[in-house]
Design a binder for this molecule. Structure first.
Ligand code: CA
Length: 230
């Protein structure tokens, strides 16, 4: 069965071009021109991945992203944010809103298809049945669920992968570059700073209700799990 991609884009020629390229590569696609329409479509069938344009009439792509992340049935959905805006601040805002990746217009359809595939690879559950535990955090690779002290921790696919890497060797320092190659594979277009944004998100998700910080920032070196930090 082929993956279903939901494209939320109000510029029809752009959306059609994207649709053509994705379908040529074997994907199924649905098109929505507004956030409202997209949310309605998701209610009928949950796609495997969403490509959402930032600039949409009425509700923005950022809002759509936040809304999807707030719902249990869509919180783990891989999301690519599409935008004409390339400012660093915008990129961070897009990622903070819950997007897993960020593509600046104009983009090459081939690059977009490559990113879709990479994100789907990252998001698909590993077949190995393994539990990782550290400091009250339990990560189940098979079900893709994370809990801390028994409470559910909601993570997007990228944050999940980062936590998975850190949990494999608690205490070991992972450099940004190492996390990049581990989580993003050989994608050269991801900046090391993207790792920081996802670490921030991961921390926020793990530290709800005043729970203790477990991710240590090692200045100039990277990140490590450490429950005994001052
Ligand atoms: Ca638009």
């Amino acid at each position: 069965m082929s993956f279903l991609i939901l494209i939320i884009e109000d510029e029809i020629p752009q959306a059609e071009m994207l649709r053509y390229n994705l379908e040529s590569d074997g994907f199924r696609t649905i098109l929505a021109t507004t956030g409202e329409e997209a949310i309605g479509r998701i209610g009928v069938e949950v796609p495997d991945l969403i490509i959402v344009d930032w600039m949409l009439p009425e509700r923005s792509g950022i809002d759509v992203c936040r809304q999807l992340r707030a719902k249990p049935e869509t919180q783990g959905l891989p999301i690519i944010m599409l935008t004409a805006r390339g400012e660093e601040g915008d990129r961070v805002l897009g990622l903070e809103a819950g997007a897993d990746d960020y593509v600046i217009k104009p983009y090459s359809p081939r690059e977009m298809v490559a990113r879709v595939k990479a994100l789907l690879r990252r998001a698909s559950p590993n077949s190995a049945n393994q539990l990782f535990e550290y400091a009250g955090i339990v990560l189940n690779k098979e079900t893709h669920k994370v809990t801390r002290d028994g409470g559910v921790v909601s993570l997007g696919p990228t944050s999940f992968k980062i936590l998975e890497a850190l949990l494999e060797h608690p205490g070991r320092v992972y450099s940004r570059e190492r996390l990049l190659s581990r989580v993003w594979g050989g994608e050269i277009f991801v900046e090391p700073r993207t790792v920081d944004v996802h670490i921030r998100r991961l921390r926020r998700a793990l530290n709800t209700d005043g729970r203790k910080e477990v991710i240590r920032t090692v200045r100039g070196a990277g990140y490590a799990l450490d429950e005994h930090q001052e």
